[in-house]
Design a protein around this ligand. Structure first.
Ligand code: PSV
Ligand code: MN
Ligand code: MN
Length: 424
């Protein structure tokens, strides 16, 4: 299923008058509205292939209908999202769930939807059929060199798939850790991980990045071998210039000050990318901005400040990706909501008067500093985000159009109701 421009234009006609009133009102009070619109139009957030189907919990999985069963169908789904919001122009693949049989064909299909390939992800947290060694006790950190080698080889294979598709980054997330005190020698586990990553790093093309993702706990519950940003940064620093830390918003201990982490990683030139989601308790993988929108804004505020300080291009300098799971909502609708929330936070961050904030900080004017940020956070920037989308040919109200067109029903008709997408 492919959306054409006419369908989108027709939908926009219903909303355009109301939108224009809201947009003029908002833009009137913003001196650099055009500049912000420009940045919003350039900003894209990649969609993970594993988020296109219904996720599960360890208690059950209630499969959705019309889920994409093949890589081609996953690309089709992201193509639909991108047509609706013009901000989901890339897909992130997970190997071996998404092995492309014919890379050239897959590339051509993606580009027919205007999509590129974001970071490729390796999977050494599950055993695959026919695999020689088990990852039950870890992969890159394993006590057995044969297991480590198998996991390293898999990552090299993933890089090769990524090269064929035009990806420019490898994301390594490890489930490696321990669930009981004494189970692991921390230093040896870390050293093994470093040595394994060094082997993988040797196979990274020059224009590639390696993203080292951290996670505080789960599936292991006593220690995780790459547990926090310090451990990830240590590895990335030892590996070299092409290695970076990847921040997944759900991977911190409760109440961690993620905006501060982001700020310092950027300062060190070691922030590689993001996995957006939201959470109340742990790695809940909920819709971005659904629980802590102020935190999302504060993170973006640090990102914009830090990227500008280092002259990093907002759209291309870091890897932007969603990493969410959808148990209750239609995955495609949920992803549209996440992208919207991310763009709202980004737009608000672009509105912060950096000079005024700096002055307030220099004068220890706590109230003023707080007011500057809160004032922006309480500004309704949705008309700005919608205007950016409209100018790019996207839908003024992507979720409404998704429902209006009965997209899910068409996908069910096309793919059937008994579908289970590969993924987490
Ligand atoms: C598991 O926590 C996880 O959600 C990580 O965030 C990875 O990025 C993702 O799975 C895909 O491997
Ligand atoms: Mn993640
Ligand atoms: Mn996660």
């Amino acid at each position: 299923m492919k959306l054409d421009n006419q369908t989108i234009e027709q939908h926009n006609r219903q909303f355009v008058e109301k939108h224009q009133r809201a947009f003029s009102y908002t833009a009137e009070n913003i001196a650099n509205a055009e500049e912000i619109l420009d940045k919003l139009q350039q900003f894209n957030i990649a969609i993970p292939s594993w988020a296109l189907g219904t996720g599960g919990t360890r208690f059950g999985r209630f499969s959705g209908k019309g889920e994409p069963g093949t890589l081609e169908q996953k690309i089709e789904d992201v193509g639909l999202l991108h047509a609706l919001n013009r901000s989901s122009g890339a897909i992130s693949l997970h190997i071996p769930w998404d092995i492309p049989q014919d890379a050239e064909k897959v590339k051509a299909l993606a580009s027919s939807y205007g999509l590129g390939f974001d970071a490729v992800n390796s999977n050494t947290f599950q055993d695959q059929p026919g695999q020689e060694h088990s990852y039950k006790f870890g992969s890159l950190h394993h006590v057995d060199p044969n297991v480590r080698k198998q996991a390293v080889d898999h990552n090299i294979e993933v890089i090769k798939h990524g090269i064929a598709l035009g990806s420019k980054a490898l994301t390594v997330w490890l489930a490696d850790g321990s669930s009981f005190p004494g189970q692991l020698n921390f230093r040896e586990a870390f050293q093994n991980t470093l040595e394994s990553l060094k082997e993988i790093y040797k196979h990274l093309p020059d224009d590639w990045k390696m993203f080292v993702e951290y996670k505080a706990f789960e599936p292991n519950f006593y220690s995780t071998t790459i547990a926090d940003w310090g451990q990830s940064l240590l590895l990335a620093s030892k590996l070299g210039d092409k290695a970076y830390t990847l921040v997944d918003l759900g991977h911190h201990l409760p109440n961690a000050n993620i905006e501060q982490i982001v700020s310092l990683l950027l300062m060190e030139g070691k922030l590689g990318g993001f996995h957006f989601n939201d959470s109340k308790y742990a790695d809940d993988d909920l819709t971005a901005g659904s629980i802590k929108p102020y935190q999302l804004f504060l993170i973006f505020s640090e990102l914009v400040d830090g990227m500008d300080a280092r002259g990093i291009d907002h759209a291309t300098g870091l890897g932007w990706m969603i990493d969410a799971s959808h148990n209750l909502k239609d995955p495609l609708v949920d992803l549209l909501q996440s992208v919207e929330a991310i763009k709202i936070a980004y737009a608000q961050a672009l509105l912060v008067d950096r000079k005024a904030l700096k002055d307030a900080q220099q004068q220890n004017d706590v109230v003023r500093a707080q007011e500057i940020l809160q004032d922006v956070f309480r500004t309704d920037v949705r008309p700005l985000v919608a205007e950016a989308r409209l100018r790019q040919g996207g839908a003024l109200n992507p979720v409404a159009l998704f429902n209006e067109l009965g997209i899910r029903n068409s996908l069910i008709e096309e793919r059937g109701s008994n579908t289970v997408a590969t993924g987490l």
